[in-house]
Write a protein that binds this ligand. Structure first.
Ligand SMILES: Cc1cc2nc3c(=O)[nH]c(=O)nc-3n(C[C@H](O)[C@H](O)[C@H](O)COP(=O)(O)OP(=O)(O)OC[C@H]3O[C@@H](n4cnc5c(N)ncnc54)[C@H](O)[C@@H]3O)c2cc1C
Length: 275
């Protein structure tokens, strides 16, 4: 069964602004030209169409004024390269929003822990901004972000603003560069120091699968229930509406049943290599 109400045709969006995050990653601010796609929830994704090249799933990193979208793309192949090279004024296609969301509101009254590896911060940015918009609803909002090097860190210019809005943000890099005063090491090393209260923590994790597995394992060892740990699982996707089967993982079609799933559901699936 496809996603009820999910649009299957792309709407035209125009690039309003292009921000280079790293040497291969770009954030695009998009404005609808015609009817915008329906409202999205943090964690959902769209299918972005680079005219004449192709279409790829990209998470929504945020929303802008007038039903605008913010999407952060890393150039890894033909379509993402074409999207990353879009300059202001360029028209692209967008359909969606598709998939499950982080359900940030369910952490109200408790601590929200966001753990990101690399470009995994892009799907989590919207969740963080949603929590900071209603900061009073949450106890602690903690962000632990890892990047390969300081130059590979996405949204670096936003960290100060997030801290100012009440988030505890810690960044670590695998390899430091001259002038780096932050942490060095993998992101899982930060968890022990974050003083996590397992009884009141909801954790949202996005990054490479090995990083999500190790982070979740660390949180489980601290006593955070598996049902309160959510991960974003990505697989190759084509249709986005649960028709083609490309994104099947076990019994799930990740475009519909994911990308955000509880660690409880993900655990048996991520344990099997190449599934
Ligand atoms: C739900 C979802 C959300 C995503 N959100 C983002 C995002 O916010 N920003 C972003 O930059 N990318 C995101 N991606 C990944 C993005 O869709 C792929 O990088 C893109 O499809 C590659 O297409 P291409 O034509 O540029 O490269 P291709 O030539 O198709 O692929 C280049 C390389 O990337 C690998 N690849 C392709 N798709 C995936 C995938 N889904 N996961 C892992 N490796 C892949 C290929 O195996 C190949 O090695 C997301 C993927 C999914 C499923």
């Amino acid at each position: 069964m496809s996603q009820p109400g999910a649009p299957v045709l792309p709407a035209r969006y125009q690039v309003m602004e292009r921000q280079e995050e790293t040497r291969d990653t770009v954030t695009l601010w998009l404005r609808p030209v015609d009817e915008p796609i329906p409202e999205n929830l943090p964690g959902q994704f769209t299918m972005m169409y680079a005219p004449g090249i192709g279409e790829v799933p990209i998470s929504i990193s945020g929303t802008g004024p007038d039903s605008g979208l913010v999407q952060t793309v890393r150039a890894v192949g033909a379509v993402t390269r074409a999207l990353c090279s879009c300059t202001p004024g360029k028209m692209i296609g967008v359909r969606g929003p598709y998939g499950t969301d982080w359900d940030v509101a369910s952490a109200a009254g408790d601590d929200l822990l966001i753990v990101a590896g690399g470009i995994g911060l892009a799907p989590l940015r919207g969740a963080l901004l949603a929590a900071l918009e209603h900061r009073e609803r949450y106890h602690r909002v903690v962000v632990l972000a890892g990047a390969r090097s300081p130059e590979e860190l996405v949204f670096a210019r936003e960290l100060g603003g997030w801290r100012g809005d009440g988030a505890e943000v810690t960044v670590t890099v695998d390899q430091a560069a001259a002038g780096w005063t932050g942490d060095v090491g993998v992101v899982t090393q930060l968890i022990g120091r974050a003083d996590i209260d397992s009884a009141r923590t909801t954790a949202l994790i996005c990054g490479p699968e090995v990083m999500m597995r190790l982070t979740a394992r660390e949180l489980r060892a601290l006593g955070v229930p598996a049902a309160r740990i959510r991960v974003s699982v990505e697989r190759n996707m084509r249709c986005g509406v649960a028709e083609c089967g490309h994104c099947q993982l076990g019994r799930l079609l990740l475009c519909r049943d994911g990308p955000v799933i509880s660690y409880e559901a993900a655990m048996p699936l991520l344990a099997i290599r190449e599934l």
